[in-house]
Design a protein around this ligand. Structure first.
Ligand code: ATP
Length: 419
């Protein structure tokens, strides 16, 4: 077997809230590669990292791609560094690009580093030391924070993956209203879902393929396969030029950020988990529209939140009752509250304790503390205080998953249509 020597290239932290997008920069590099006869091995990759990372612009994504490490490798490196120099948003304090070149096999310890970049916080110094120890060529611009994500973007194994097709706008249109024919997006969703997903939030009438920031992206369509993306692209109509487009292989919508917790007490702040617990109290809504309740197990309890932006999901959460056993998926934020992304019902509590029914058919009322029950209609009395168990019908169903709407979903969250 002939082994080809691969050069891995990782790029991160080139954009700012005012513009750019590391995927666009990657697509420009790929164009330059094409002009110079440099071919990519496999699709470029868009890798989402720790959703709680402090310095992220939006979705904490890094980009990587692979080329053959042949006589054009040095030219490729020059192109990458030139484009990062040319296109990064250097004026923004929080834009600190980092570029990584690495030739060779991705080792187990590099894979472990990548998972740490999804689950934990890594410092620039730590990333630099690690990168050097495994033989990465490191290029830092300004503080070079991007090397944290760049090393992870080249190193992460993708057992489960999805694709995203990103279409880019002409620069003169940046910051203006995107000219997307929404009817065609509805048609595209109808024709290609569930191969494509996260296109539209029907409950909010929100077109999720359209970014809301002034970045170069006109739209992004997410999918399980490339064929569906090609069909989707042919259906979506726009009334402005698409200057370029690129398909990325990604870890989006794979739940890669979620770790399995065996008990509530083992979960840590700023971690994302799935954990089973019993609902302790009826969910209640507070000012601002956020909904909270507790789950418990033998090890302890934690407050769970369905926040206002999750809209109708709060209605679903409101059907939970004390005694229900559920598996929640989500992350623990600043306030130590478990922010629910989705939940699965493990076992519904379908028994409610009610006052007994009188022989005459009327439900009895309490006759006072420790005085049993009495019937207001016929005057009948029972000495016992014990309520009777009644089987009730529940709106929620055992084994079923319930998820936040598309408009409130994280890039990494696996939608039910992929479960
Ligand atoms: P966009 O989604 O538009 O690409 P972004 O949200 O990805 O923007 P970046 O500009 O890439 O934001 O900034 C994220 C920064 O956080 C990068 O410098 C990246 O290296 C760093 N980072 C990524 N993962 C971690 C982590 N686990 N710990 C600490 N820093 C991290």
């Amino acid at each position: 077997m002939i082994m080809i020597n691969i050069l891995h290239i990782g790029i991160d932290d080139t954009d700012s809230p005012d513009g750019m997008c590391t995927t666009y920069l990657a697509s420009q590099i790929i164009n330059e590669f094409e002009k110079n006869g440099i071919e990519l091995v496999d699709y470029p990759r868009l890798i989402r990292l720790n959703p709680f990372a402090r310095f992220k612009t939006r979705g904490n994504g890094g980009v990587s791609f692979r080329i053959k490490n042949d006589d054009k490798a040095n030219l490729a490196k020059e192109i990458v560094l030139d484009e990062v120099e040319k296109l990064s948003m250097f004026d923004c304090d929080n834009t600190n690009p980092g570029v990584i070149f690495y030739d060779g096999e991705i080792t187990k310890e590099m894979e472990n580093y990548a998972f740490r970049a999804i689950y934990e916080f890594i410092t620039i110094e730590e990333a630099e030391e690690f990168g050097k120890s495994v033989g990465c060529q490191i290029h830092k611009f300004k503080k070079g924070r991007g090397i944290i994500g760049s090393i992870a973007a080249i190193s992460l194994p993708l057992d489960d993956y999805t694709f995203e097709l990103l279409a880019y706008r002409a620069s003169e249109n940046y910051g203006t209203k995107r000219q997307i024919d929404y009817d065609s997006v509805y048609l595209m969703d109808k024709e290609t879902f569930p191969d494509t997903f996260e296109n539209i939030d029907y409950s909010e009438e929100y077109i999720a393929i359209e970014p809301k920031t002034p970045c170069p992206v006109l739209y992004g369509i997410r999918s399980n396969n490339v064929e569906a993306l090609e069909v989707a692209k042919s259906i979506v109509k726009v009334a402005e030029p698409i200057v370029d487009w690129c398909i990325f292989k990604t870890n989006q919508h794979t739940d890669m950020h979620i770790q399995k917790a065996e008990s509530i007490s083992e979960m840590k702040k700023f971690g994302c988990y799935e954990v089973v617990g019993e609902v302790k109290n009826k969910p209640t809504i507070i000012d601002g529209g956020h909904m909270f309740f507790y789950i418990k197990d033998e090890s302890g309890e934690i407050e769970c939140g369905a926040y206002e932006p999750t809209k109708n999901f709060r209605k679903t959460v409101s059907y939970l009752m004390p005694g229900d056993v559920i598996k929640v998926f989500g992350g623990i934020g600043e306030q130590n509250t478990f922010n629910i992304e989705k939940f699965q019902v493990i076992k519904l509590n379908d028994i409610e304790y009610q006052n007994p029914i009188c022989e005459c058919g009327k439900r009895m009322t309490s006759a006072g503390k420790n005085k049993g029950f009495k019937c207001k209609k016929c005057g009948n009395k029972i000495a016992s205080d014990e309520k009777v168990p009644i089987k009730i019908n529940r709106f929620l169903k055992n084994a079923q998953f319930y998820e936040t709407p598309v408009s409130a979903r994280r890039h990494l969250s696996k939608p039910i249509c992929r479960m």
